[in-house]
Each structure stands twice: as structure tokens, then as C-alpha cells.
Design a protein around this ligand. Structure first.
Ligand code: PLP
Length: 355
């Protein structure tokens, strides 16, 4: 009786909504390599303004956006400090090293996703010919669905600046972080709610970093695309690097239109994804042999006690019952635009049966 499949592998699996498709169809287009695409230009101005930066660049993927950022900040033989579990280090094919000749200096992420300030400071090399030149600190928010607090981001970026490092935020899910922080009462300065809504929080976060990369293709629900924001000078360099990396696109406005639509209509609704993840987590409480981290934003991670069936087998059995998830490290379940409360109830049923 399995009806439609519930796909909780990632928030990247969403289909563009009818309204998003309509926006894509009607977007004015031009050749963006000539700088002529009005929709790409509108998106770049929009996201730069939203995040309080001088300029922005539209890129096909978050991976290319992060790599472009690394190569815009660092020269050959420079080094960036990054979490062991960070996407930029672990999940991007080693692009910084391979294509940028930039050495990663990975640091163990704490259980809350942060890098300990003492570890960052300890990894910064003195100016000495033995060492690669430490140039950049890369953080990620959300990290594995967890929100790094504004206080932490403030301290870490201040530390980086004291040591003359540039700062980059992999904000693939920046707006998930911002929505969660805003729901939590805004930033640590205790602003009134109207000045600490998700957009204000996102901007405040971006203020702390030289560059920020944001994905439109995750929770925001666009089919393709990321943006890198920063100073006019840095984005000018990034533009050349994007070209070099093969990311110059032509009538890309058809994609930028989806991203613009997402910025307009899909930020506040991320709170629904967070609510559904919390419901999913709650529905799995108390299962023997099942270890669950608390739900954060739109993700939950489930682990099986040692001795239980191994993960790959579990992922397969869930799939046979109509629930898709990933099992790379733990079982990961991600809520998004294309699942509703009914799907989550069914998912809980399938998980309880299977686990
Ligand atoms: C998804 C993701 C990216 C970029 O992924 P692409 O698939 O290349 O768009 C970068 N960082 C984080 C944290 C991500 O989750």
C-alpha cells in the first residue's frame, strides 16, 4: 500500500513550485558573461543589499562559491583554518588544495559545531618561512543543522581579525540559521523583534564576515544556484575565478529568477521545516537502541546502538517502505518545502516499524 515516497535525504530534492516556475518563465534574460542578464543583475544586487555587502556573484553551486571564495582570499601556499567536518574541507573534493594550491588547516569541530577559539589561535602560524601563511578563517552556519550563536561568531571573527585573517562564512543554510536565531529572540544584544527578524539576523551575521556564501538550492527551494557576497574589490576577483572554474553562465536569469522568488517567498517558511523536524524527532523518542541528537533547524540525526543492524541495511529497509534518507555518518533526515505534516507522521510510522 506504499503511496508516494517520502524523500528526506536532503533539502536539495525539492521541485520548484508552480509560482517559482512561472517566475522563471517570465524572467527577462540576457547574456550574463557580457553582464547583460537583468535578472542575474537584480539577484546579485538584491542578495548583496540583503546581506549588507557591496557586491555579489551568482554561481551554479555552493561548492563553486566556496572554492571561488577560497581562491579570492588566498594565494598559492596560503592556508585556511576550517573545521574537520566542514563542507569546505571534507565534502568539496579537496578543491582548495587541488585547484587553488591552498593548504587547509583543519581543526576538530566541537560537538556544538564551533571551532574552539583556543584551537583557532593555536593553529595560526607565525610569519616564518617554515609555515604556510595563515590567511583565512572559514566557518559554517548552520553546521550539521546546528546554529552557531551570534556571540560565538562575533568572538571567532574578532579573533581572526586581530591576527590579520580574512573571514568566510559557508552559509549554505544561512537563512535556516537566521530563522532559528530570530525565533530564539534574535541576537544576544536583545533587540526588539522587529529589528531581529530573520533578515536582520542574517545581515548581522554577514556583517561579521568578509564574504558569505548562500545556497538557493537548499531549504530556499530553488533548483540551482548560490551567491557569494563581499566587497566590490573581492567580488571583482571572484568574477575572474568563477570564469576560470568554468562557472560563467549565459542566460542564467532563468535560474536567478527562481532564486529571487525564493528570497521573496521562502525565507519565513523555513520555520515550518524546523517545526516538522522537531515533530519528527519527538515521534522517535523512546525507541530502544536508537540514539538521537536533539533536532536542530531542519535536520535530525539518528544513530543505532552498536550491535544493531548496520546503517546501509537500515537505509535500504526504510527505502523499501517508502522513506528515503541518507546514512553517511548517522541516519540523516532533512525536512523541506516538499514534505508536510502528514508525510512526517507517515515517516515516524515507518521509522518506528523499521528501527
Ligand atoms: C550543500 C552545501 C554546500 C554546497 O553544495 P552544492 O551541492 O555544491 O551546492 C556547501 N556547504 C554546505 C554546508 C552545504 O550544506
Amino acid at each position: 500500500m506504499a503511496s508516494t515516497i517520502i524523500d528526506l535525504r536532503s533539502d536539495t530534492v525539492t521541485q520548484p513550485t508552480a509560482a517559482m516556475r512561472a517566475a522563471m518563465l517570465s524572467a527577462p534574460l540576457g547574456d550574463d558573461v557580457f553582464g547583460d542578464d537583468p535578472t542575474v543583475n537584480a539577484l546579485q544586487s538584491r542578495i548583496a543589499a540583503m546581506l549588507g555587502k557591496e557586491d555579489a556573484l551568482f554561481l551554479p553551486t555552493g561548492t563553486q562559491s566556496n572554492l571561488t571564495a577560497l581562491m579570492s582570499h588566498c594565494q598559492r601556499g596560503d592556508e585556511f583554518i576550517v573545521g574537520q567536518g566542514a563542507h569546505t574541507y571534507r565534502y568539496e573534493g579537496g578543491g582548495g588544495a587541488v585547484l587553488g594550491s591552498i593548504q587547509p588547516q583543519p581543526i576538530t569541530n566541537q560537538s556544538d559545531g564551533t571551532l574552539a577559539l583556543a584551537d583557532i589561535e593555536g593553529a595560526i602560524k607565525p610569519d616564518d618561512a617554515h609555515f604556510a601563511r595563515t590567511r583565512l578563517l572559514c566557518l559554517e552556519n548552520t553546521f550539521g543543522g546546528q546554529v552557531l550563536s551570534m556571540d560565538y561568531l562575533r568572538e571567532a571573527t574578532a579573533l581572526a581579525r586581530r591576527h590579520g585573517l580574512a573571514t568566510h562564512l559557508d552559509g549554505a543554510r544561512l537563512f535556516n540559521a537566521a530563522v532559528a536565531m530570530a525565533a530564539d529572540g534574535g541576537d544576544a544584544k536583545g533587540h526588539a523583534r522587529d529589528t531581529s527578524g530573520p533578515r536582520a539576523v542574517a545581515r548581522e551575521m554577514a556583517d561579521l564576515f568578509d564574504t558569505v556564501s548562500v545556497c538557493f538550492s537548499k531549504g530556499l527551494g530553488a533548483p540551482v544556484g548560490s551567491a557569494l557576497v563581499g566587497s566590490r574589490e573581492l567580488i571583482g576577483r571572484a568574477h575572474r575565478i568563477r570564469k576560470m572554474l568554468g562557472g560563467g553562465m549565459r542566460q542564467a536569469g532563468v535560474l536567478a529568477a527562481a532564486a529571487l522568488h525564493a528570497l521573496e517567498h521562502h525565507i519565513d517558511r523555513l520555520a515550518d521545516d524546523h517545526r516538522l523536524a522537531a515533530q519528527l524527532s519527538e515521534g522517535l523518542q523512546g525507541l530502544p537502541g536508537v540514539v538521537q541528537a536533539p533536532a536542530h533547524t531542519n535536520m535530525i540525526f539518528v544513530d543505532l546502538a552498536p550491535g544493531r543492524a548496520e546503517r546501509a541495511g537500515t537505509v535500504q529497509r526504510l527505502r523499501e517502505r517508502g522513506l528515503l534518507c541518507t546514512g553517511l555518518v548517522k541516519l540523516r533526515l532533512v525536512t523541506h518545502l516538499d514534505v508536510n505534516e502528514q508525510d512526517i507522521h507517515r515517516a515516524i510510522g515507518i521509522l518506528r516499524e523499521t528501527l
